[in-house]
Design a binder for this molecule. Structure first.
Ligand code: ADP
Length: 524
């Protein structure tokens, strides 16, 4: 290369390094000496290349005191490793704190000569600020979501506790010999109460899904089992409306899907109950199973009802939108389908809809097929495994029930309920420790335990009961307004005999009083 060409090439190099934002540094390893520092050092560190070259120790003095040890170590390591990348803070000559990304790389310059270290320093402050802003926005969103769920869960708890008294006393009244008009009033209270409760549960579920806090337990579920359970439950309503429900015969639905058993049942119940509610007099409901693909199983619920128009179909899964059916007198919240769709999507499936006004609707639930289980190998379903022995013959046996509960209305409700069982005595305590003392001084035959107590949690009371050899075998039924599935599973795993959610079903509670040692139903 002649001199002119060399000069031009050098100029091009200088133009290049003058214009790049990264600082490029070339230094020896030991002794520590700079061979080259590019002019960008002025932009990043706030000192000229000449100033930097003159004093090798000066660079280190720019490092933020909190990062200095880490950087010193990294620089030493750079001598033995071929390539190192590191991020740290510097305090520039003008006092500004900046984030830099630095890469150290060994370069062999000539055979036999000591290698040099090439260092590239980039100012990444803007990037870091953006990352920090994003992380704090994410943290804020998570916090806000958590706060919303916490609020809803508290509100739901606060609403359930008085509902327990309302529905409980209404059920007690309903067992009395009442004049017709009063019985009608009581039924209205119960129906309104149940409706409100359903709404609370659905809204809470949707909010849990939206904040990613709804845990599903996926397993291989036999479709015919779920269909049977749902059709059994719906039979009284279907009959009352003079409808005909036909479900698949034979083995066509003996296939397994990967789903949360309870949630699948909830979704199918919603679809069948809609097919009942929005049907015509003497109409039909047909349930069918199919396999849209080798990996999928579908369950279709068809009805011969009022149908849904094209524009309405688009709004079908919008929470609280009842498509103007409020005036039909059919009870509903408008949340069921929105919740069903979210649940099915969480299970990896979908809901397809076809409908024509005046003719009827078909809702098809498509779910992933579960592998490997052969028909006939199905685990016993809740519907198949049956109930424990009836306790009617035990009625005469004297029994003491200890109730630990701090809400006076709930204690009164329990007193009235137990008054219906001759031979059964209720003792109660309104605090956890008092309850434990009561139970130790005279062990009862059944313990009913609320979880929110003023002095200690009901969970702690249960833990202490289960740790005590003389008390550990007393059946302990949790009666709580907190219905979160995780909580239910945890308490059952700790040894609780059953978990009833407030407002509890009076008949179900009575089955425990009639036979505290009965086999619990599988978790519903
Ligand atoms: P709802 O509690 O009102 O029944 P859903 O979310 O289950 O709430 O359904 C939303 C709306 O979709 C209903 O109010 C009704 O207008 C309409 N819908 C649902 N299923 C059917 C059906 N099988 N036939 C006609 N309309 C239906």
């Amino acid at each position: 290369m002649d001199n002119k060409a060399l000069q031009e090439s050098e100029e091009r190099f200088h133009q290049l390094v003058n214009n790049i934002d990264e600082v490029f540094i070339l230094r020896t390893t030991a002794p520590y000496r700079y061979v080259y520092i590019s002019p960008a050092v002025a932009r990043v560190f706030g000192l000229t290349a000449e100033e930097a070259m003159a004093d090798p120790a000066r660079f280190l003095s720019f490092t933020h005191p909190d990062d200095i040890e880490f950087v010193r170590q990294t620089m030493q390591d750079a001598g033995s490793k071929s390539r190192i990348e590191v991020e740290y803070r510097i305090i520039r000559a003008d006092g500004a704190v900046r984030w830099v990304w630095t890469r150290y790389q060994q370069v062999d310059v000539a055979p036999g000569a000591d290698p040099l270290v090439a260092v590239v320093v980039t100012d990444i402050t803007a990037q870091k600020d953006a990352q920090r802003a994003e992380a704090s926005a994410r943290a804020e969103a998570t916090r806000a979501n958590g706060a919303k769920t916490e609020f809803l869960s508290r509100m739901s708890h606060e609403l359930r506790t008085p509902m327990n008294a309302i529905l409980g006393f209404a059920q007690l009244l309903d067992m009395e010999d009442l004049p017709d008009n009063q019985r009608e009033s009581v039924r209205q209270i119960m129906s309104g109460g149940r409706h409100l409760l359903e709404l609370i549960n659905e809204v809470l579920d949707i909010s849990r899904i939206d904040s990613g806090q709804l845990a599903l337990s996926l397993e291989a579920v036999l479709v015919s089992d779920v269909i049977e359970g749902v059709t059994d439950l719906m039979a009284p309503l279907v009959d009352a409306r003079h409808l005909t429900l036909r479900s698949p015969q034979g083995d066509v639905c003996r296939v397994h899907v990967l789903a949360d058993r309870q949630r699948l049942k909830q979704v199918l119940l919603n679809l069948v109950s809609n097919a009942v509610k929005y049907n015509r007099a003497d109409g039909d409901i047909l349930l069918t199973c199919d396999a849209p693909s080798p990996e999928e199983v579908s369950i279709t619920v068809s009805d011969t009802g009022i149908g849904i128009g094209g524009e309405e179909l688009r709004r079908l899964f919008t929470p609280f939108d009842r498509l103007g059916r409020e005036s039909t007198g059919e009870e509903g919240t408008g949340v069921g389908l929105a919740l069903s769709q979210r649940l099915v999507q969480l299970m990896g499936g979908r809901i397809d809809v076809e409908s024509s006004p005046g003719v009827g609707s078909s809702f098809t639930l498509v779910l992933p097929r579960a592998q490997s289980l052969v028909a006939g190998d199905a685990p016993a379903s809740p519907e198949e495994s049956g109930r424990g022995p009836s306790g009617s013959d035990l009625l005469a046996t004297p029994l003491t029930v200890a109730y630990i509960e701090d809400n006076p209305a709930n204690v009164r409700l329990m007193e009235q309920l137990i008054a219906r069982r001759p031979g059964v005595t209720l003792v109660y305590a309104m605090q956890g420790q008092l309850g434990l003392d009561l139970i130790s001084s005279s062990p009862p035959g059944l313990i009913l335990l609320d979880l929110h107590l003023p002095d200690m949690s009901g969970e702690e009371v249960l833990r202490r009961l289960k740790a005590n050899k003389t008390l550990m075998d007393i059946p302990t039924v949790i009666v709580s307004a907190d219905a979160s599935p995780g909580q239910v599973r945890r308490l059952l795993a700790m040894g609780a005999t059953a978990y009833l959610t407030k407002p509890f079903d009076v008949q179900e509670l009575l089955t425990w009083i009639d036979d505290p040692h009965r086999t619990p139903d599988p978790i519903e």
